[in-house]
Design a protein around this ligand. Structure first.
Ligand SMILES: Nc1nc2c(ncn2[C@@H]2O[C@H](COP(=O)(O)OP(=O)(O)OP(=O)(O)O)[C@@H](O)[C@H]2O)c(=O)[nH]1
Ligand SMILES: [Mg+2]
Ligand SMILES: [Zn+2]
Length: 287
């Protein structure tokens, strides 16, 4: 059997990249057709027979996402435009919460920075993410993408973010040969749908990047609040010193996270967005 990685899925067929650099169209065999369908990003074992290539086995996944359907993701790059559509820390933070709960590292990329002036409040918002320990990249027309390109090396990354944020445009700027479809935001939003429909991995440097339609829904009703409260990178250090081990940093006495917000060691923006999502989680549980 030959070992490879799935780059693209078109209905029941998969493009697999083998370790020798060749690509082959493969089909899923037997049980893999129903119970455990292969995903883009899966490391698989393939057999050749009758001039056909069949995926026999899927290696254990490090993690996976359902929408977009992709496995073994190392990092998710949240692409958020500075304008058109509007910059939103609420949306960024909700994406961060979903991403850390999927066991994936969030990275922020603020796009369309050519549209904002030097004194725009967005610069302070960006600093707030950097101070909180997040990796932040800024891009725009005529911006140098070298740093961003380096962050893709040796990893599988997904781009996520709202329709029109410029995810496909960004990949086209990095490599014009990708020729990904892009669309003016008014048209994209008018249809209420993403221009990018499927999920495919593209080679950038020594890494792989998926252009995806982004997370299709941000459902918090099934999220575990205690787990979120302990996984958020912003809270991690402080949370270890809260009086109660199951502190979710809302109204508990002796909460070091709340103390951190008061002392401005923890972002007040992220904390407020966390409190709002905590309310959504509780509502979902009551239903
Ligand atoms: N000013 C400016 N406009 C940009 C930039 N990047 C993209 N755009 C515009 O933003 C619009 C949407 O870009 P897309 O790349 O299609 O957005 P997307 O995130 O892939 O959208 P979906 O596939 O629908 O999720 C297009 O009209 C682009 O021309 C940029 O850096 N600066
Ligand atoms: Mg797109
Ligand atoms: Zn606490």
């Amino acid at each position: 059997m030959i070992k490879g990685t799935i780059l693209k899925n078109i209905s029941n067929q998969y493009i697999v990249l083998f370790e020798d650099g060749t690509k082959q169209l493969c089909v899923a065999m037997g049980k893999l057709r129903q119970d455990r369908k292969p995903l883009v990003g899966d490391h698989v074992w393939v057999d050749e027979f009758d001039h056909q290539f069949g995926i026999q086995k899927i290696e254990e996944r490090k993690n996976y996402l359902i929408r977009p359907a992709i496995a073994n993701v190392d990092q998710a790059v949240i692409v958020m435009s500075s304008k058109d559509p509007d910059f939103s820390t609420v949306l960024i933070d909700r994406l961060i919460f979903q991403i850390v709960m999927a066991n994936i590292t969030p990275v922020l990329c603020v796009s369309k920075m050519d549209l904002v002036s030097a004194d725009d409040p967005i610069h302070e918002a960006i600093e707030d993410y950097r101070r909180s320990g997040y990796e932040v990249y800024v891009t725009g027309h005529d911006f140098d993408e070298n740093e961003l390109v380096e962050c893709f090396n040796d990893k599988i990354s997904v781009l996520t973010g709202q329709s029109g944020a410029g995810k496909s445009s960004l990949l086209n700027r990095i490599n014009p040969e990708f020729e990904l479809n892009t669309q003016e935001i008014s048209k994209a939003l008018g249809r209420g749908k993403h221009t990018t429909r499927h999920c495919e991995l593209y080679a950038i440097g020594s890494g792989w990047v998926a252009d995806t339609p982004g997370f299709s829904s941000l459902d918090f009703s099934k999220m575990d609040l205690l787990e979120l409260s302990h996984r958020l990178p912003d809270f991690k250090d402080a949370a270890m010193h809260c009086r109660y081990r199951d502190c979710v940093h809302l109204n508990e006495p002796g909460c070091e996270v709340k103390q951190g917000v008061e002392n401005q060691r923890i972002s007040a923006i992220r904390y407020q967005n966390y409190v709002d999502v905590a309310a959504l989680i509780k509502q979902g549980r009551r239903r």
